[in-house]
Design a protein around this ligand. Structure first.
Ligand code: 5CA
Length: 437
């Protein structure tokens, strides 16, 4: 993509309304534009990252045996009256009346909607287990939307739902999601720690929050320091095998968010305890028949009795992750995208577009990178070198390939790794080989 054609409205000034670094950087890097409090338009650069994150979430959900579907954003209120949550949800729910005076709502989550689908279509234990998910916008009329996309009113969530015959089956589904979450965050360059959690308005008996440690996190969290050395990608996962040992490994040490932490009874010695702020990037719940029972969603067992489905639900904050990754990975100059979610792999900087040899060398590199399937953002603007360096550091692409008239004469370009700041002078061919490799 040529920057002269790309829509990238970067800002020089630091927006005053933004209190945390990810919000400031997302506004400055032209990733989002606020529409109203907690509601954002996603501009091309931000949308590109959102899609990359979504793709990783999707791959790991599919690998864990979940099937993708899509449920609507607008739901009938009657479904929520059946579960009893229509009144419970309070002011966080955006309630809408259609032209026929029917009560509707913009879904804050989809337990009722999916339970209705299973009630209508699944009758026999032979059809279980099932795991379904969608990636869909949600609306929660938060009292205090803040920190940009981290606590929005409209936000993108991956929500999965499991249906099983009994507790043992439900626990296996829970474990599948638990393990796939560890991999999902690790692939994005994040260390997410599963912590025992309260179930809140979703309800249920068993629940874990997946938390990444960051100074600006909204929750106070406590965990054993050994979690800082855990590696979620160390082993291949067989989702058809027994996942309990992996879940046990990840839950053996103490890890709890504030509401579950009791300083008087904390089993970890002070020196081994990490006390930090955390961002909740996912939350999983087992809640048995909390929805299936009141909604009359039943399945017939092998001995022909009808029992309510055993269910769980599993959320990932897809849009929140964009901010969370920036909180975890930035410096004074801007964002540092982990390779897996970077909007482009390489930024190609033409330091003097008026110099024919320099521009020819850049055009050639641009064509070769694209031919090799590398996502490249080509800064072909007629701007000073300082402005180009500043914008590239701000938007944080993993590699910067810098081409200037002096280097072109000498047959060299400069290759910079954004994360480490390492620079190397080398031939165009050698630079290409590194980036493509
Ligand atoms: N139905 C369940 C699981 S599917 C559920 O809704 N869980 S949740 O309330 O915990 O939300 C799942 C994830 O969505 C959270 O872990 C968080 O990462 C993200 N999330 C929740 N509220 C917001 C918000 N206001 N803005 C951005 N992300 C949010």
């Amino acid at each position: 993509m040529r920057l002269t054609r790309y829509f990238l409205p970067t800002l020089k000034e630091t927006p005053t309304e933004a209190q945390i670094v990810s919000h400031r950087l997302m506004l400055r890097a032209g990733m989002i534009r606020q529409s109203s409090a907690g509601i954002y338009s996603w501009l091309p650069l931000g949308f590109n990252v959102l899609k990359k994150i979504e793709a990783i979430v999707r791959e790991e959900q599919n690998a864990a045996g979940a099937q993708e579907m899509l449920m609507p954003t607008i739901q009938p209120a009657d479904l929520w009256r059946e579960s009893g949550r229509y009144d419970d949800y309070g002011k966080e729910m955006l309630r809408i009346t259609d032209r026929h005076e029917r009560d509707m709502l913009y879904g804050p989550t989809n337990e009722e909607q999916i339970t209705e689908i299973f009630r209508a279509h699944v009758r026999s234990y032979k059809d279980l287990p099932k795991l379904l998910y969608h990636i869909q916008w949600k609306f929660r009329d938060e009292v205090r939307p803040r920190f940009g996309v981290m606590r929005g009113r409209e936000f993108l969530m991956k929500d999965a739902y499991s249906f099983d015959l009994d507790y043992e089956g439900a626990k296996r589904s829970y474990n599948r999601m638990f393990v796939s979450y560890l991999r999902t965050y690790a692939r994005m360059g994040l260390r997410a720690i599963p912590m025992a959690a309260e179930t809140g308005p979703i309800g249920g008996d068993l629940s874990h929050e997946f938390i990444i440690l960051a100074e600006t996190g909204e929750s106070q969290v406590y965990c054993h320091k050994s979690y800082l050395d855990y590696d979620a990608l160390a082993e291949e996962i067989d989702y058809e095998g027994d996942l309990q040992p992996i879940v046990d490994h990840w839950t053996a040490q103490y890890a709890a968010a504030d509401e579950k932490h009791d300083p008087a009874n904390c089993p970890v010695a002070k020196d081994d305890l990490v006390e930090a702020r955390g961002i909740e990037v996912g939350h999983i719940f087992y809640f048995g028949d909390k929805y299936s029972k009141p909604m009359g969603a039943e399945v017939t067992t092998a001995d022909d009795t009808a029992v309510p489905f055993e269910m769980g639900s599993y959320g990932i904050g897809v849009s929140r992750l964009v901010g969370a990754i920036i909180e975890a990975s930035h410096d004074d100059d801007g964002i540092i995208w982990p390779d897996a979610v970077a909007p482009f792999t390489v930024g190609l900087l033409n330091l003097r577009v008026s110099d024919d040899a320099c521009t020819a060398a850049c055009d050639d590199l641009y064509d070769k990178l694209r031919a090799a399937g590398v996502d490249v953002l080509y800064d072909d603007r007629d701007e000073g070198a300082g402005a180009k360096f500043a914008d590239m550091d701000l938007i944080g692409l993993p590699w910067q390939l810098v081409v200037g008239p002096r280097g072109v004469k000498a047959g060299t370009v400069e290759l910079k790794r954004r994360a480490s700041g390492e620079r190397e002078e080398l031939s165009a061919e050698a630079a290409l080989a590194q980036v493509i490799g």
